[in-house]
Design a protein around this ligand. Structure first.
Ligand code: 0R9
Length: 646
């Protein structure tokens, strides 16, 4: 029988608060929140590596979806803390703040800043911590949301040091407890790229997979990795320098790796103290302005742009650029902005990156004339293409010339009756025949239909101006009415949801990928705002006689079909395409917000999404084949995290 003293009651109250409001600590209780627990423990293991102890971490997804993380650091302190209880116990049962438990100024690599252990424990079915330190092995276990099920015990002797945390997220808390190998792999790989030499072994016991990540060239290898599906036109260039003011070192270290390729995309991924800054911030601004300034200075110096001509624009200069920025600054200089704190606010970071990159770029360009000229020629072309596109658009908008495109648009789009943009939906439908059913089946009040003929242009391999000359693309841009590229304005959108509706076959999947490529390249904020959806038409209809009536039901997946016990009593119709459904069926199963299934395209990781899209849609055929062959189970959802809206 467990006896509770006053302090353990306080502990439980603390952890109880986490269980009552998990969202406050980990954001959500879906798959994202679930993985947040993994990141917390992983960050603690990485912190120990960053402090200079051990360089090897092992992470295992067990068969029951529990997670074990092992580091080879000093081992978590276990001796009694001021409260009289072992430090391990305090760490896993109290919502404390970082730095409180050690004199060495325990630094945190991100996340919950030291409260991670207790939060993970509170949200777990069980958690076991094992410490190897001072020649001994200690263990302590917790269950059911952090209740201690025993004191810290010595269970053996060892010559090694390190910490192991094994936990299983509580299914009473999370809507799913299924661990996503790819999500963990991406995170682990990112850490391995950022911390040179760090070796991370990832094991999945559910299907006996194992991968090791270790990179001795750090972010230089990261850029090569991201550019693997692209055609680079030079080596990766690396800048690494401690920022100095008047010859004095500052606590700001700037590391940048970049490489240009023939692709049209711009990929910039930035980090501060090894934490990803998804929304950029001052370091990214500094990098961009240094690059723009250096290229323009160089172009002027060698008369590559004429005196009377305007400077080249940043967006044009960055076409085809892949860059990683890794900033390391002292903790007291860290400032974050925005709702999710994913944006660096530190003003000095801008000055530091700008000055380091500008100096370096100038000499880089002088030493690599071919590359420099190539970048500039490309930017000039990009600028021309952008201006041509803008002219065509302005002309169409002014209505001076009722051009062919506008006529086609008005003929193709079946608009809504309501003008309340906040509820309107635009269906992009594969083929004219399905378009016809959709037009009849829709709710004309708030659903607009735009049928798409044939294959959509692959915008990964097209410039802005080529894309705009494509009729389907042009029509979509006009229908959405919020412009595109750097001029895209979310507030101007004519619809609240853009829903891609294709057949549930490979051609349909291909059209989905092509459209998602387009939205990602030309209307990224639309995707980021969660306004892009994919409709899920059912695969089967089951029918049987019930008395006088005919009973029918719809089935979305093969698994669902196989689970039906009295399947033999039904007649089965397999829908090969949307066209086989009549308009009522299409409304009931795929369009009616009350009964349909649609998935929201979520852009969880921009660089990964770019990577996959470039692999699938770009020029490098061998790379594409390799990717498809090693991902036989190709599904569109592989590229994006998907969220099912019932
Ligand atoms: C498998 C996941 N690993 C960890 O969670 C982990 C935490 C940790 C650690 C120390 C060493 N290894 C660790 N692994 C540590 C830190 C300090 C001194 N000795 C060992 C120190 O900061 O001075 N700790 C993380 C927090 C704490 N230890 C502390 F607060 F208990 F000190």
């Amino acid at each position: 029988m467990q006896r509770y003293d006053e302090s353990s009651i306080r502990i439980l109250e603390g952890l109880e608060a986490v269980r009552k409001r998990p969202g406050m600590y980990i954001g959500s209780t879906d798959g994202r929140g679930l993985h947040h627990l993994v990141w917390e423990i992983l960050d603690n293991a990485i912190d120990e590596v960053l402090s200079g102890y051990g360089n090897s971490i092992q992470i295992t997804i067990k068969e029951d979806n529990s997670i074990e993380i092992i580091d080879e650091g000093r081992g978590m302190p276990y001796k009694p803390h001021a409260s009289g209880r072992p430090t391990t116990e305090v760490i896993f049962t109290t919502l404390h703040s970082g730095g409180k438990f050690s004199d060495s100024g325990y630094s945190v690599s991100g996340g919950l800043h030291g409260v991670g252990g207790a939060v993970v424990n509170a949200l777990s079915q069980f958690l076991v911590v094992t410490v190897q330190r001072d020649g001994k092995i200690f263990r302590q276990s917790f269950a059911e949301g952090g209740t201690k099920i025993g004191d810290l015990e010595q269970i053996g002797e060892t010559k090694k040091t390190g910490t192991t945390v094994w936990f299983k997220p509580d299914p009473k808390i999370f809507s799913t407890t299924l661990m996503n190998y790819d999500a963990i792999k991406e995170r682990v790989r990112e850490s391995a790229f950022l911390i040179k030499g760090l070796k991370v072994t990832l094991i999945d016991e559910r299907n006996k997979q194992k991968e090791v990540f270790q990179y001795f060239d750090g972010i230089k290898e990261y850029v090569s990795f991201l550019n693997k599906p692209r055609k680079p036109f030079d080596e990766v260039h690396i800048i690494n320098s401690q920022y100095k003011v008047n010859g004095h070192k500052t606590p700001i270290n700037v590391e940048v790796a970049f490489q240009y390729s023939e692709s049209y995309s711009e990929v910039i991924v930035s980090f501060v103290n090894n934490v990803r800054t998804k929304d950029g911030g001052t370091h990214e601004i500094g990098f961009k302005s240094a690059l723009t300034r250096a290229i323009n200075d160089y172009a002027r110096k060698y008369n590559l742009i004429k005196e009377k001509d305007e400077n080249l624009d940043g967006v044009d200069i960055r076409e085809g650029l892949t860059a990683i920025i890794s900033l390391r600054i002292s903790e007291d200089l860290l400032e974050f902005e925005g709702q999710t704190k994913n944006k660096l606010g530190t003003p000095d970071a801008r000055t530091a990156v700008e000055s380091v990159v500008f100096e370096n770029m100038l000499s880089y360009l002088e030493e690599n004339l071919t590359v420099a000229n190539h970048i500039i020629t490309r930017s000039i072309n990009a600028k021309k293409a952008r201006e041509a596109a803008r002219k065509a658009r302005d002309l169409a908008r002014s209505g001076k010339k009722q051009n062919k495109k506008e006529v086609t648009l008005s003929g193709k789009l079946t608009p809504t009756q309501s003008k309340d943009k906040s509820v309107l939906e635009l269906f992009l439908v594969e083929g004219d025949s399905a378009g016809g059913s959709a037009k009849q089946g829709r709710n004309r009040h708030f659903q607009a239909i735009l049928p798409l003929r044939g294959k959509v242009l692959n915008t990964e391999r097209a410039s802005a101006d080529q894309a705009l000359r494509n009729e389907e693309i042009n029509t979509i841009i006009h229908a959405i009415g919020a412009d595109f590229g750097s001029d895209f304005d979310l507030k101007k959108m004519n619809y609240d949801k853009i829903i891609i509706m294709t057949d549930a076959d490979t051609d349909g999947a291909h059209i989905q990928v092509l459209l998602m490529t387009f939205f990602l390249r030309f209307m990224r904020p639309l995707v980021e705002a969660g306004k892009l959806y994919i409709a899920l038409p059912p695969l089967y209809r089951l029918m049987r006689k019930r008395g006088r009536n005919e009973e029918s039901r719809y089935i979305w997946t093969d698994e669902e079909l196989n689970q039906i016990e009295d399947l033999q009593t039904y007649r089965i119709q397999r829908f090969k395409g949307l066209g086989e459904m009549n308009s009522d069926q299409l409304w009931d199963t795929t369009m009616n917000p009350e009964t349909r299934s649609i998935i929201q395209v979520q852009l969880d990781d921009v660089s990964e999404a770019d990577q996959k899209i470039t692999t699938l849609m770009g020029d490098n055929v061998a790379q594409r084949r390799e990717w498809i062959e090693s991902n036989v189970d190709f599904e569109v959802s592989d590229d994006f995290e998907i969220n099912k809206e019932v």
